[in-house]
Structure formats: structure tokens, C-alpha cells
Write a protein that binds this ligand. Sequence first.
Ligand SMILES: [Zn+2]
Length: 146
Amino acid sequence: MLLKTHVIFGVAVGFLAMRLGAPPAASLAAAAVLSALINPAMDYLGHESGRRVPRTHEPMHAAALGAAAGAAAGLALGLHAAYCALAGAAVSLSHLLLDAFTEHGIYVRRGWRYRRFALAHLRYNDPAANGLAAAISLLVLAAGLL
Ligand SMILES: [Zn+2]
């Protein structure tokens, strides 16, 4: 998906995770920071020669990166580091969920090898898919803030 779609979807998912231990405004602010940090990092570190690689596009790697970035951001912002780590992992896994719907999919580990996995084979910039993910994100945020 497009980076902006990853970011808004990550804000929604991170918001839900942060709501487990923080009030709505702080949850939204933290989720926005985490999503804006983690999603570009995942795509920057997770591509070589224009192709996705398992470094960040494999669930365990993504969760570890997201949790570490979330904990660090939580400590820097003075928020509860454990909830930020949980939210960071949720943001990074939400990135993989959306990428699993694109034509190159994500990687999953089978034994000592990585295999590609995809739920669908949409183009990363498919307008309908990006619009649907953004609309779901906005609905989740609206429902969580009301
Ligand atoms: Zn990606």
C-alpha cells in the first residue's frame, strides 16, 4: 500500500493498542508519532533494489522492530514504555497486514527459509484498496474517540 495509507492505518491500530493503558488524546498522539516513525522505517529498511526483503517484512522481525521503536519513543515522550512497545508492534504488524494484500506480499518463515505470502495480489497503489484501508482507519479512529 501507499505510505500514507500505512501511516493512517497504523495510527488507527496503534490507537486501539494505546487505549489499553492511556486516555484517548494521549493514545492518539502516541499512535500518530509511532506510525509516522515506524512505517517509513519499515519500508526504508525493508527494501533492496526496489524489492521487499524479510528484514522488516516478516512478522517476527516487524514486531521486534515495532516494539523496540515503540519502547524507545515511549521513553523519549515520557509515556508508559510497555504500552508504547505494544502499540509499536501493533503498528508494524498492521503494515504487514496491508502489504499482504499487495502483489509481492510479505515473508513468512518456514524452517530456515523465507517464503512469500499474500492474501491478495493488488497493486500497492490500487486506489480502491488504499481508499478502503483509509476509510476503515478513519472509522476506527472516530469510533474510538466518540
Ligand atoms: Zn511495506
